[in-house]
Design a binder for this molecule. Structure first.
Ligand SMILES: [Zn+2]
Ligand SMILES: [Zn+2]
Length: 274
């Protein structure tokens, strides 16, 4: 496809000093992890990479893994937790997850410092306030999060079959929304997955299509959202350029100037600072 590539794969070392720093370290069907930090607190959301690769990507954005304060987990699917046991063991930091998700993790004989919460609850880690909310996905008790610190609100929701009104409500007022744009429906239909997997992905507890994201942008994206990060792209049923094109068209239809960042599979996104 001869569409222009977005310059989203570059890791910026030159961002102006900001208070809240965000980087999607990995985002795809084969691995997910996001860094959110302030001057005081540093959080990892999910650990779906090997310990070695995760620490390498943290180092590449100037973060010392030893300075991470906590890991927060969305759900137990392996693309979100495959490195969790080893990363938690290496860092010795608390791991926050819902009570129903905790028993689904293979801790590999490690005793984690577990901090369980109920989906829908709010809690603090250092100076970051975290709001959790239930998402429609085929896991034990999957959640999305809104993070607030220093007057900046970041909504993070991937792995969901559709966007219910309750999630649209939670995302309102976000300065940054990190949202799944998993597949192109036509590519999925003719793609390599067995039919039952295609049905799962397209189902109400599966994953969001590019078209579903376009509908969200056209109908519900808050004008306060200055940056929209699209991630969790399928490596078989999507292209970063296609995600960029569909979302850009939707933003134009809404006359929104939100900055669009595509978290492409295989590399960290650029570093966002506010
Ligand atoms: Zn999942
Ligand atoms: Zn996933």
């Amino acid at each position: 496809m001869a569409l222009p590539r977005a310059d989203v794969l570059q890791v910026s070392f030159h961002a102006e000093a900001g208070i809240v720093k965000i980087c999607v370290l990995a985002s795809s069907s084969s691995g997910n992890a996001t860094f959110i930090g302030t001057g005081e607190t540093r959080i990892l959301v999910d650990a779906g990479l090997s310990r070695k690769e995760l620490f390498k990507r943290l180092g590449a954005i100037g973060e010392d893994p030893g300075q991470i304060d906590a890991i927060v987990v969305t759900h137990e699917h392996s693309d979100h937790v495959c490195g969790l046991a080893r990363v938690a063991k290496a860092l010795g930091v608390p791991v926050y997850m819902t009570r129903l998700t905790a028993p689904c993790i293979d801790w590999e004989q490690h005793e984690p410092k577990l901090e369980t919460f109920q989906a829908g609850s709010r809690f603090h880690i250092g100076d970051i306030e975290i709001e959790s909310f239930t998402v429609p996905h085929d896991a034990a008790d999957p959640v999305g999060f809104c993070f607030q610190a220093a007057g900046v609100k970041v909504g993070l929701v991937t792995d969901l079959g559709y966007i219910p009104d309750s999630i649209k409500f939670h995302l309102r007022g976000s300065d940054v929304v990190i949202l799944e744009s998993n597949h192109d429906v036509e590519m999925l239909k003719v793609g390599p997955y067995p039919w039952f997997v295609k049905q799962r992905v397209m189902g109400r507890k599966g994953h969001l299509s590019n078209d579903a994201v376009a509908d969200f942008i056209c109908m519900d994206l808050d004008a306060t959202t200055g940056t929209l990060v699209l991630g969790h792209l399928s490596e078989h049923n999507n292209y970063p350029d296609l995600v960029h094109l569909v979302a850009t068209q939707a933003l134009r239809r809404r006359s929104l100037n939100s900055r669009l960042v595509i978290a492409a599979p295989g590399a960290a996104s650029e570093v966002l600072q506010f």
